[in-house]
Design a protein around this ligand. Structure first.
Ligand code: ZN
Length: 194
């Protein structure tokens, strides 16, 4: 490739990058949307449901629950981390929300296809990732979302903090990015009485 061709490719790449960024709203656009929202909603007066739907989902911006589930303000709590992984911190958050708000929770765990955490299944990626973070996270890889979501449902049910006052039910779902559709992987189940 000669210098002329390299410059041509650079120009094409610059156009592509400019195009991608043009489609992502900037911070001032988000703040403008906030002003329109605030003019129509009184957050302080929203009633709290007796049973709170609580969705645990990946932080991937494509799997935004306001989008694929149409969740509106005040309708559900949303907990997010990479993968939508059930860990100790999420369990603490569920207990905190239930106790603080005085509600029982219906937890829905959603894992999705083509999840970036699937890279964690690759030992070389995991080693380089572990060097930058705290440890080895192989367990966090979502490569078979139906299997990992069922595992996380069982994990929550087995946790001693999940009394019937905290958890009304837990269920598991798979969001398929190819179709945008959600499939049930684990029907809602209540914890054993504690
Ligand atoms: Zn993901």
């Amino acid at each position: 490739m000669d210098a002329h061709e390299v410059n041509g490719m650079r120009a094409m790449l610059a156009l592509f990058v400019a195009d991608v960024f043009a489609s992502v709203p900037r911070k001032d656009q988000f703040l403008k949307r906030n002003q329109a929202f605030a003019a129509n909603v009184d957050l302080a007066r929203l009633a709290m449901p007796e049973r709170l739907p609580l969705v645990l989902v990946c932080a991937d911006p494509r799997v935004e629950p306001a989008g694929f589930l149409g969740i509106g303000t005040g309708e559900a709590g949303v907990l997010r981390n990479t993968g939508g992984w059930m860990d100790g911190r999420v369990i603490e958050d569920i207990v905190y929300l239930a106790v603080r708000l005085g509600v029982r929770t219906d937890v829905a765990i959603v894992h999705h296809t083509q999840c970036g955490t699937g890279l964690l299944a690759d030992p070389a990626f995991r080693r380089s990732f572990a060097d930058r973070t705290r440890g080895d996270d192989a367990e966090r890889a979502v490569t078979d979302p139906a299997a990992t979501v069922r595992r996380d449902v069982e994990k929550l049910l087995a946790d001693p903090l999940m009394t019937r006052e905290v958890l009304a039910s837990v269920s598991g779902y798979v969001l398929r990015l190819g179709t945008g559709l959600v499939e049930t992987a684990a029907e809602p189940v209540a914890p054993a009485s504690r």
